[in-house]
Design a protein around this ligand. Structure first.
Ligand code: AHM
Ligand code: MG
Length: 333
């Protein structure tokens, strides 16, 4: 199907019974939101959108202007899709109900409107991450309705605003990558059936946190850095963009492992990355592409969430390497 538009791809998925009409509408509106966000990101300083917003989100993090703008764009675009019952985002403390004037749908939409915020002002790739759940209840959805394990996701994906804008998507049947054709404003399927190589010699971790990591992660990274002369008998390369979207995109493109492990700085909060709108959608994409995703101790997609903004340690990427990291944790016990 390479070369077809996102609309045509989704239409074929609907015919195949893999998405229903509402999910198709929802994914089309998510795509429109990412095009709008990408346009703001691309205009950068020209649009006056760089810098701090002067506010904090629920996690106590300083919001960038673009965090707030991207959140508003996502809300407005999705609200009128007719497919959403409620939304939740990194930038909002509580669940955002769909306004009564808007048509209500059967899905719950979670998102990190602009991931990699620290990279906005330095013109390095950032992205938008999203996760779609089914709403089983009636009436106004509550926070508890969003607390579904990652395996229950009906769709997940991200947009990356890099040299080109791409949308990478799964509806539970493999992973497809679309590139934005700026002339037409349409996403075109350029990377059908993405798979992650099972083995790798590349890892991504914020090495400045080394002294705060748990023993198994310290041990694992020490063994990688020892290279050919160490226990792994091979040289490893390291990359860290500090935009999860960009690091995961590289792994989906050529393999690798990404770690944001538990460390002493973030232990009280449960980890650094958020389960529902960062770890879960990325884990579904990685598993759908043949990779693996774990906290180091259990598969991320099996975790029963307790809170909307819950955080979690994340290890994901090439399957064999993730399994090796899990073994380091088991052996430490
Ligand atoms: P954000 O959602 O506030 O941008 O934070 C998440 C980001 C990830 O994109 C990235 O992997 C990580 O935080 C970077 O952390 P660090 O600043 O420790 O390098
Ligand atoms: Mg984020």
């Amino acid at each position: 199907m390479a070369g077809v538009s996102l609309s045509r791809f989704l239409s074929a998925e609907q015919q195949a019974g893999r998405v229903d009409a509402q999910l198709r509408l929802l994914l089309e509106s998510v795509a429109r939101a990412t095009v709008a966000i990408g346009a703001q990101v691309a205009r950068g300083a020209l649009a006056g959108v760089l810098g701090e917003a002067g506010s904090q989100n629920v996690q106590g993090e300083a919001q960038k202007k673009l965090d707030v703008i991207a959140n508003d764009i996502f809300l407005q675009t999705s609200e009128w899709s007719g497919a959403v019952a409620a939304m939740a985002s990194e930038e909002m403390e509580t669940v955002h109900p769909v306004a009564s004037a808007c048509p209500h749908g059967d899905y719950l939409l979670l998102f990190d409107p602009l991931d990699g915020s620290s990279n906005i002002d330095v013109n390095v790739s950032v992205g938008t991450i999203f996760s779609v759940l089914k709403y089983a209840g009636n009436g106004q959805p509550q926070e508890a309705d969003f607390l579904q394990p990652g395996r229950a996701q009906r769709a997940a994906g991200y947009a990356i605003y890099g040299p080109s804008t791409m949308l990478v998507l799964t509806v539970g049947h493999g992973v497809q990558g679309f590139t934005l054709a700026r002339e037409t404003g349409e996403f075109v399927l350029t990377h059908p059936d993405i798979t992650v190589p099972p083995t790798t010699r590349e890892f991504a971790i914020n090495a400045s946190n080394e002294r705060f990591w748990e023993a198994p992660v310290q041990h694992y990274v020490r063994d990688l850095r020892a290279g050919k002369t160490g226990p792994r008998g091979e040289d490893f390369n390291m990359r860290w963009v500090a935009s999860m979207v960009a690091d995961v995109h590289r792994i989906l493109s050529r393999g690798g492992v990404f770690l944001y492990p538990m460390d002493e700085k973030c232990r009280a909060r449960g980890g650094k990355l958020r389960l529902l709108y960062e770890a879960n959608p990325m884990s579904l994409l990685i598993e759908q592409a043949g990779g693996a995703a774990s906290t180091g101790r259990e598969p991320i997609l099996d975790i029963q969430p307790q809170r909307l903004h819950q955080r979690i340690p994340v290890v994901l990427g090439s399957r064999d390497e993730v399994h090796t990291i899990v073994r380091y944790h088991e052996e430490a016990n």
